[in-house]
Ligand binder design. Structure first.
Ligand code: ATP
Length: 356
């Protein structure tokens, strides 16, 4: 039984459908990232789970129990958002104790829990400070501590690090992941940041225009996306159309590529193929023992620090290749592009019912 189950959830605002038949199950102790662009319905879905709003149709279950008639306060949900709204006139310790006092816990119990959680979020020495005396990352740790101390059965995080700078975001996501795994907290984490979702989650739910387009592990959604929109949303990638030959090769006007034997597809079928930038490699023209080689010319070089991207051209076709920046090729260089069969992905909806 899943800790959180969404069954054919739809949400309409007047004539507008914000969420369309969403099915999702989150296992106990699992972290699911809800990933999608602005306006795709992520916050709406979190609000339904929390009970702040009701679905137009469908059922939400916690541990199998229908939550339709269970009020917000009784659901045992903890919510952390980017607007951490700490009480400015209260110390860190008092901010954290606030929710426990409201629940009328014994004073000694409150003290003990606050002490423990301050250690967990590494803020023991900040207990008497006020929010104005903390950095953004420290404030967000207080907000997380304040929620965790109430021991929620489900933790909902809505773009919690959106207002932090890039380096701090990375620290915070690792911190939250460690904490979440150590305590086995069932978590739904909303983000529009692909890197964040892929790094932090056990499974990623990709929401585009109110529809759940794919729900799988980070590895699968990245390497085996359900369709071209999911593929492109996760990262710009090389996508091209071709026809499968009777020998199982992919034939394009600009060349032919061998397909992996793991991919079953009807001969004669017109399909769309994808290969990620970093799965392509560039070799000198005389490199031996490589299959799927195409002659190309480098037309553009973009340096990113650790990596470098090359746009290369094979006739009318352009590919982007990403590699470590330990070497630098110049525009105009003539090379061979290798597209290994094991990294070529054909979108499942076009394969005539065959599966990978
Ligand atoms: P962001 O990342 O920008 O926060 P989101 O994915 O969280 O976006 P939602 O806030 O869930 O998106 O909104 C989804 C859609 O539903 C949007 O088009 C929004 O305008 C619409 N919407 C949300 N709440 C309401 C409401 N109360 N009334 C009408 N439309 C709404």
């Amino acid at each position: 039984m899943s800790a959180l189950g969404l069954e054919v959830i739809s949400k309409r605002f007047g004539a507008f459908t914000a969420l369309d038949h969403i099915d999702l199950d989150v296992g106990s102790g699992e972290l699911v990232a809800l990933l999608g662009p602005s306006g795709c319905g992520k916050t709406t879905l979190l609000r339904l789970i929390a009970g702040l709003d009701a679905p137009s149709s469908g059922t939400i279950r916690f541990d199998g129990r229908d939550m339709a008639d269970v009020a917000v306060r009784k659901r045992g949900v903890g919510m952390v958002s980017q607007h951490y709204a700490l009480f400015p006139h209260m110390s860190v310790a008092d901010n954290i104790a606030f929710g426990l006092k409201a629940r009328k816990l014994a004073r000694e119990d409150i003290k003990k829990r606050v002490r423990e959680i301050l250690q967990i979020v590494q803020l023991d020495s900040f207990r008497d400070r006020f929010p104005a005396q903390l950095s953004g990352g420290q404030m967000q740790r207080v907000a997380i501590a304040r929620t965790l101390v109430t021991e929620p059965r489900i933790l909902l995080m809505d773009e919690p690090f959106a207002s932090l700078d890039a380096a701090l975001r990375i620290d915070m996501r690792r911190f939250v992941r460690t904490l979440q795994q150590r305590y086995g907290i069932t978590t739904v984490f909303v983000t529009h940041d692909q890197d964040e979702a892929l790094e932090i989650a056990d499974r990623v739910a990709i929401l585009l225009d109110g529809k759940l387009r794919q729900f799988d592990t980070p590895d699968v959604v990245y390497h085996r996306p359900a369709d071209t929109e999911v593929a492109r949303f996760l990262k710009a990638t090389n996508i091209f159309a071709g026809t499968v030959s009777p020998e199982g090769r992919l034939v394009m006007p600009w060349g032919e590529l061998e397909l992996s034997r793991d991919i079953a597809v009807e001969p004669g079928k017109r399909v769309t193929a994808m290969i990620r930038d970093e799965a392509l490699a560039l070799f000198p023209s005389d490199h031996p023992d490589q299959s799927n080689l195409l002659p190309v010319v480098v037309s553009r070089v973009d340096f990113h620090g650790a990596t470098v991207s090359y746009v290369v051209e094979a006739g009318d076709m352009q590919f982007t290749v990403e590699e470590h920046s330990t070497r630098r090729l110049e525009p105009g260089a003539a090379l061979h592009l290798s597209a290994p069969a094991r990294h070529l992905w054909l979108f499942p909806s076009e394969r005539g019912g065959a599966s990978a």
